[in-house]
Every structure is written in C-alpha cells, then in structure tokens.
Design a binder for this molecule. Structure first.
Ligand code: PEP
Ligand code: MN
Length: 286
C-alpha cells in the first residue's frame, strides 16, 4: 500500500465526507442507505420505488440503465430513456439517484441525469474509465472487483483521485470463493480494514454478496454494526418479476422494514439515519 497517497488515512481522525446532494452526505454521522432495483425497467416501477421508499427512510435510489450482463442476450438496460426516468423521479421526490457507468462514452449523459456514478465490479480496473471519471466532480461509487485484493481496490480509487476527483465512495459487494451457496462472500473484514486504511466512505452491497433475498437483511445489519457508512440494497415492487437479479431483490415493504430496523443498530454504533421525506409528487413532464 506504500504508493497510495490520496486514499490513505494520515491520522486516525481523518475521514472524508462525500456530498451527494444539498441534503445528503456519506462518510459523516449519517448513514447513506440506497435502495432500488437492479435495472430500471420503466416509469411505473421507479415511481413505485420512490413513493414507498422516500418515507422508509432511504436517502438515495438506485437503478441500472446500462447493465453489465454475463450473457449478451440478456436485457442490457434502457439506456437514455432510463436515465430520463431516473432524473424525473429524482426531481419529484428529492431523492438523489445512483446508476452505473460502463464506458467513457456514457459519462456525459449519466452525469447530466444522475447524482452518483457507479463503477461496477467488472470495471473496477478499467483504468481509462477511472481516469475519465477523475476528470468529473461527480461522486463515484466504486465497487470492489470480483476477486480484487484490498490493495487493488484502493489503487483503483487512487486512479480516480489522482486524476482530480476526490469524491470516491468504496463499496464492498462480496468476492468470489469456493462455495456457491451464496453468490459471493461478503467480506466484512474488508470493511473494517478499509475504514482503518483509508479516509474514504465505505458502503456495503449485501444483495450481490448474498444473491438470496432471505440473507440480505441480516447481512445489511451486520455491515452497519461493522462500521459501514451506508448500504446499497436491491429491491423491486414485484421482486420475482425483476428482469435481472430477481432472486436477491427485496420487496419494497421488506426494504422499508430493513431501513426501520437499522435505526437501533445505527444508534448503537453512534450513527444516525436521516428522517424520510414524503414530498407531494409534481406532475411528470417527461
Ligand atoms: C449492480 O449493482 O447491479 C451490479 C451489477 O453490481 P456489481 O458490479 O457489484 O456486480
Ligand atoms: Mn444487480
């Protein structure tokens, strides 16, 4: 780790707080809870998610519009039409949105419609993409590679920061191992270590780690207890109907119940969960 400079914690009290919007931050006292489907599938779906979860309370919505699918024949995402849906829902509910960027050519459009740009596991070491994201000032949610060491993970963050963007959030999402019972193995040890080694916010994705919805709430609670600065959790109005990652999607009611259950754990580790807001939705013009 000797070569990393910008990511490293220089003194134990050094902790970066990344601003997501005027009212939402990650890395400070408040936890940052992100919920939403794997993929944006349509306006009604995202409307239902925002309507139910704004009061849950969660602080941001997720939904992929450019999807890195294992098979080229699977749904690849709604693209620009999906971005417009995300931006519209964001504006009407006051919930910042997180979505994945897969290519340099997508950065401009995504930056114009979303608040946080996610780099997926499969792109953690796409160095040209990381360098290009270094030239934006948008918060970047950097997911750990499928089999990345902590040094490789931290160095990927270093790429973004060394190219000018200090707004990096790390995300542990499970790593490959020998046991196929869970989709991946959630590495909570990495969360504790990254919080000690770096000053960056560290969040946890229990959905892609577990791959099974019944495992997600307890892993999410364990992550907060272990010191994570937030969570990104997949949920869907009709989980079984999800076009991608259906098996790990929570129902919206289960997502809301999870958010509620985190309050006591947050308090125990001296964190808080910002209160939800239920703004009156304005008419959609898109
Ligand atoms: C996702 O967030 O939907 C996703 C594809 O995640 P990961 O890159 O961690 O597999
Ligand atoms: Mn997914």
């Amino acid at each position: 780790m000797q070569k990393a400079k910008l990511t490293l914690k220089v003194d134990p009290s050094h902790q970066s707080v990344v601003r997501i919007s005027d009212t939402v931050t990650v890395g400070g006292q408040d936890l940052w809870i992100v919920g939403g489907p794997c993929a944006v599938e349509g306006r009604d779906q995202m409307e239902a998610v925002a309507q139910r979860l704004a009061i849950a309370p969660i602080q941001s919505i997720r939904g992929g519009v450019y999807k890195p699918r294992t098979s080229p024949y699977d749904f690849q995402g709604m693209g620009l039409d999906g971005l417009k849906i995300l931006a519209d829902v964001r504006d009407r509910y006051g919930l910042p949105v997180v979505t994945e960027v897969m290519a340099i050519s997508q950065i401009e459009a995504i930056a114009a419609h979303a608040d946080v740009l996610q780099v997926g596991s499969r792109n953690m070491q796409n160095f040209d993409l990381l360098k290009a994201l270094g030239q934006t000032h948008k918060p970047i949610l950097l997911k750990r590679g499928l089999a990345a060491t902590l040094e490789e993970f931290v160095m990927a963050a270093e790429y973004i920061m060394a190219h000018g963007n200090p707004n990096v959030i790390l995300c542990e999402r499970g790593i490959r191992s020998f046991d196929s019972y869970t989709r991946n193995v959630l590495d909570l040890g990495a969360v504790v270590a990254l919080k000690q080694i770096t000053h960056l916010p560290v969040i946890v994705d229990p959905s892609h780690a577990a791959g099974k919805r019944e495992l997600v709430p307890n892993l999410a609670r364990a992550a907060v207890a272990a010191g994570a600065d937030g969570l990104i959790v997949e949920c869907h109005p009709q989980p079984e109907q999800s076009v991608s990652d259906a098996r790990q999607a929570l129902s919206l009611d289960d997502m809301a119940a999870l958010a509620q259950s985190l309050k006591a754990i947050a308090t125990a580790v001296n964190r808080s969960i910002p209160a939800g807001v239920a703004p009156a939705p304005r008419l959609s013009l898109v």
